[in-house]
Design a protein around this ligand. Structure first.
Ligand code: ATP
Ligand SMILES: O=C(O)[C@@H](O)C(=O)CO
Length: 410
């Protein structure tokens, strides 16, 4: 294995796995840290953790352990994959994990860039934009767990680490990889936020990072990395899976709520209310039976608008509300897979983490792209195909499109 990725959530892991696989690296995604060695011939190993919103110490410990495993597999470079909307709080976990990994790898110059232009995330003058909005006005200010209220990444990161935080402006990035690399050496010990507006900028940033041991970013940061390892795209092989399918949505993002609205107008659906979960008024067995009875893939969703989420959090607590929903999706996915469901489309990073844990999936094969940042996946050794969609990704018809790609029809 040449390149190792530690992703702070599971949708993020499949997002960057798609970029590396499309860039020609033989890639495998792992659900948590594997017990044994990687399959021979794997060039990029992506360890998906559920560390974005856990307590800082736990995130650092898990990330260092993942780093240790990747180094044992021979990795020469580690990417810490974070969200393209820089999801974090003033406590972390981006800053503390990045500094712990830098310490472990003996790296003093850490490029940080969450840009993902294809999905509208760009960094300019150190500020993160989501399409034509600043991060803090993009809907991310209402995120249930990591509300992002400051668009200036230099300030956001500086609150999370005692490392100096500096900046590479777009003018330097446009001069190319060598100019970026000399900017890094001049910066001394620092975490360096890099501006990037288009894919070409990220390819130059990737080139500049050739000799770095640690890079931090969204999946866009990986665009230039396969070239550093001499990889070339080869098309790939994917065969779909027929059979029963379901869509599970725990994401409350604006994008997902639009996709939920669209899909429930054509498919059977069941809405999950936090109050029903907290008051134990929902039968898992009944829900499983309902899903299995449907003629077309149904939707089970807890996705709700910010007012509904805030009301549930006020009444039952923030962590408790999230946990109750995640437990439901985890148990539901496990029960459905045991009952013969072969395709599961999931919306939301935390929700995806809960689902893959419930499924006890270990290694995922990377298939074709469903939408930018979302590949089709197969659980190795099992007849089960998955799509793990980040909250803000995909077009209005994402759920139908994902079901088709997983079936091998698109
Ligand atoms: N109705 C609800 N009320 C309160 N919390 C909810 C509700 N529905 C879902 N949640 C919780 O909100 C969180 C949503 O996070 P999740 O990561 O799944 O989606 P997202 O943030 O939109 O996706 P991503 O992290 O990929 O951007 C989860 O912890 C989920 O359990
Ligand atoms: O970078 C992104 O936006 C996604 O891969 C993700 O991490 C959302 O959970």
């Amino acid at each position: 294995m040449k390149l190792g990725v530690i992703a702070d959530d599971f949708t993020g892991a499949s997002d960057i796995a798609l970029t590396l696989s499309e860039g020609g690296m033989r890639s495998a995604q792992y659900v948590g840290i594997p017990d044994g060695p990687a399959e021979a011939g794997t060039e990029a190993g992506i360890v998906g953790l559920k560390s974005r919103t856990v307590p800082v110490d736990e995130a650092v410990e898990k990330s260092l352990k993942a780093c240790g495993w990747l180094l044992e597999q021979g990795c020469e470079q580690i990417v810490f994959k974070i969200c393209s909307t820089f999801d974090s709080t003033d406590d972390g976990n981006i800053g503390p994990v990045a500094s712990a990994l830098a310490g472990r790898l003996d790296e003093t110059s850490v490029l940080v860039c969450p840009a993902f232009p294809e999905n509208g995330r760009t960094v300019y003058e150190g500020h993160l934009f989501v399409k034509d909005n600043l991060l803090s006005e993009s809907g991310m200010q209402n995120h249930p767990l990591t509300p992002m209220r400051d668009p200036d990444l230099r300030r956001v990161l500086a609150r999370q680490t005692d490392w100096p935080v500096t900046h590479v402006p777009i003018s330097t990035v446009r001069e190319g990889a060598d100019a970026i690399a000399s900017g890094l050496s001049r910066a001394g010990k620092a975490m360096i936020i890099a501006d990037a507006i288009r894919n070409e900028d990220l390819v130059e940033i990737g080139g500049a990072a050739k000799d770095r041991k640690l890079i931090v970013g969204g999946s866009g940061i990986a665009l230039g990395l396969p070239g550093n390892f001499g990889a070339r795209s080869d098309g790939g092989r994917w065969t779909g899976l027929g059979g029963k399918a379901v869509v599970l949505s725990g994401s409350c993002s604006t994008t997902t709520r639009g996709q939920v609205e669209k899909y429930l107008s054509v498919a059977p659906s069941r809405e999950i209310a936090v109050a029903d979960l907290m008051k134990e008024q929902l039968s898992l067995q009944e829900l499983v039976e309902w899903v299995l009875q449907q003629d077309m893939p149904p939707l089970v969703y807890s996705s709700a608008d910010p007012e509904t989420v805030a009301a549930a959090q006020r009444e039952f607590g923030k962590a408790e509300s999230s946990e109750s929903v995640e437990r439901l999706f985890s148990d539901l996915a496990a029960a459905l897979s045991q009952s013969g469901v072969t395709r599961i489309v999931v919306a939301g990073g935390e929700t995806s983490g809960a689902v893959v844990s419930g499924l006890q999936a270990e290694t995922l094969e990377i298939g074709p792209r469903i939408a930018p940042g979302v590949p089709a996946l197969k659980v190795c050794g099992r007849g089960l195909a998955l799509a793990l969609k980040s909250g803000n990704f995909g077009g209005p018809d994402f759920f139908s499109e994902a079901l088709s790609v997983l079936e091998g029809r698109a």
